[in-house]
Structure formats: structure tokens, C-alpha cells
Design a protein around this ligand. Sequence first.
Ligand code: LLP
Length: 432
Amino acid sequence: STSAHKDDAGVLSVGGVALTELARTHGTPAYVLDEADFRARAGAFRDAFAGYDVYYAAKAFISTAVVRWVAEEGLHLDVCTAGELAVAERAGFDMARVEFHGNNKSAAELERAVELGVGRVVVDSFHEIERLARVAESLGRSQRVMVRVTAGVEAHTHEYIATAHEDQKFGFSITNGAAYDAVQRVLAAPSLELRGLHSHIGSQIFASAGFEVATRRVLALHARIAAELGVELPEMDLGGGFGIAYTTQDAPASPARLATEMSAIVEHECRALGIAQPHLSIEPGRAIVGPSMCTLYEVGTVKQVALDGGAQRTYVSVDGGMSDNIRTALYDADYSCTLAGRRSGAEPVLARVVGKHCEAGDIVVKDEFLPGDVAPGDLLAVPGTGAYCRSMASNYNHVLRPPVVAVRDGESRVVVRRETVDDLLATDVGDA
Ligand code: LLP
């Protein structure tokens, strides 16, 4: 995060808190969340995308504290399960500013959402349209709806997180007419109010070409709906997916540049199609919370491993791993790390940072140069772990999920506490 700073002794601090002190107070592993950084990134999207609604995508990371910051920074909130919705509710978030996603929301989830009065439900299948129409009708409500469409573009990102090519589970295909049919189905349901189309092409995307093609296709459908059905949809959501820098190889665009580019595409296309511009929204998750957190680990063991050809690799084991950051194992993601508690003059060695799980793929940082004297007790910080790390954390090997410790102005406070063995055992009710 922007406040990360190493002093002359090599001690890294974030938000004015030395990570050595943080480790002493809160233990390791721990996620360290820089509140000012989070708020600044949220604010940067809000300001750059003035005139849009900016939804923070809670799936990247959600807690009641973060939901409150999202509200205070003037953003909306994107949730995709009853669980995320419950966090928003507990935090007292204005439900009219919530958008509810998901390709298989249950009847119970839809009921809860309608009851709570969520602003938009993004429908993703014909079954869901029927289910939601029934739920809204039985509750005597009119529910605002967006229709998730599949733009049919190949986003350049890992295949597991690309969502706009044809052969994947999200959205109604434009190509086979499903999207158009879905729009008609929603329009025909008296308990549903169609607000617009929704498109999300994937995550950790840098090239604007994918966004551009998707936006063109969705706007073309929007124009067709106006021309053939006489319905001018007031809104359009262009999703999230803006990439962040995990290593020095990545060069993300600023929110201001993204906004300029997106607005130019929409303006140009709407003029070409002869239609009025819908009110736009976006849903960044990673680009807001990703850089705001780092994970602090303590080194437990260091060993040399022989490689083919006589070379060696230094394996540095930390006290967490794939249970707190699955992204390296799952997406072959790149991370970096740094010695956080002291300075070292030792020659750097090419190291691999691994976790404590019973699995060889339990790698946190594939390759990093660390001082050759890295040793048990050293602290390592892995930056950029705010998005999809705590939110995808597991209890694999019955490991306790780490706390999230917020730092600000030299103070630290726990916003999500560390799990305890009692937490783990609480769900194990035995066979009595
Ligand atoms: N909107 C929709 C409809 C989404 O499905 C997503 C992410 C977002 C917004 C936010 O995307 P973001 O701005 O955070 O890229 N677990 C994967 C990422 C999965 C993304 C799922 N949907 C990872 O760790 O890379």
C-alpha cells in the first residue's frame, strides 16, 4: 500500500505501524489492512467515475468495517450470496445501494434480498427470473433487475477468472438470443422492473480491448431493445475486473484513465447507434482492496533443495500458506515478498516462499530474491493480498484463518479476529 515504508533498520511499517510491533501484538500470520489506502482507492474510483455508480465488489474482501468505509466513501456495494448480504446488513449498509449477483441464488437468498429491499438483483438464468418474479410477487414488492449478458469476448486473463467468452456459466448469451429473450421475460413479469443490462468480462484485466468489444456488443443489444421493444433501459453496468500490479511486470491504468477510456467508448457508440446514454455503473473489487493489504508471516524453516543440474533452491517456509492465499496454487499467480523486520547485508538468493500445508503446491511466492541469511523468526511481508485471499481462505489441514488487522495513523486494531481451535471444533458435532 502507499503508506508502506522501510526504516534504516529495515523495519517495514504500514499506516505508521511497525510490522515488528504488529506481529508482537497480534501474532502471525496476519493480514494488515491499510485503511487510508483503501479509502483513497475507493475515493479515486468515486471521483474518476463521477456520474457513474461505483459498486465495491465485496467478493474481493468483505467485513463489517470495510462495508462501513465503503458507505462513508460514497460507494455502492456488490454482493453475491446471502452471507455477503448478511455482512452488509450487520454493517447497516443502505440496501437500496446493493446489487445482488450470482448464477445460482437460492429461493431463500432471493427472498431475503427482496425483503431487505436490495436495489438491484442481477438475474443470470431463466429459472432465476421465474423464481425472483414469484418471490417478489408473494412479498407484494416490485424488484429492480439487471440482466447479466455474455458479451462473447475473450478477456486476456487466467481462464478460471474470464467470464465473457461463450463457453462458461455466467450470463445470458447474446449470440443465441437468450439475452434478448431474458429481457422480454423480465419485462413481462409484473413484479420485476428491468433497469438495464449487465456485463462483466473477467478479472485482473489490463487490455482495454476486451472492455471495448464487450461494451459495443452490450450497447448494440441495448439499442435493439429500444428499437424493437420500445423500451429505453435507463441503466447499464459494465462490471469490474481492473487489474492491479502484483509484481513490477504489471502496469495498471489509473482509475482516471479507465474512466476516460470507458466514457469515450460509450459516448462514441451511443452516438453511432443514435441512442441516449444509459446511466453507467462499474464494480471494482480487486483494484480497491488488493493493494491495501499485505500478509505478514513468520519464517519457520529454511532449507536448500537440490535442483536438476546441480543448482539449489532456497525454500523458506512460513506459518501460513495456501489456506490464507490460494491464488498462487490456483491461478499460478505471481506475488513478491520482502524481509519486514530487519535489514540484511547478506547476498540475495533466489528463494521460494512456501506454506505449512501438506501439499507440494502450497506455494505463496514462486520466486523472490531474499537475503541469504533469512532465518527462522524473520518476518516476511507479501504485498497485494487484499483481494481474494482472506475471502478465499480455508481451514485446510485445520489451520486457523488469520485475523485482519486494520492500521491507521500509527494505530492498529483487529477488524476480523483470528480463528480459534474452538471456532474450528464448534461445527464438529460428533456422532452422538
Ligand atoms: N462484478 C462481477 C459480476 C464479478 O463477478 C466480479 C468478480 C467483480 C465485479 C469484481 O472483479 P474485480 O474488480 O475484483 O476483478 N478469485 C479470483 C477472481 C474472481 C473474480 C470473480 N468476480 C482471483 O483471485 O483472481
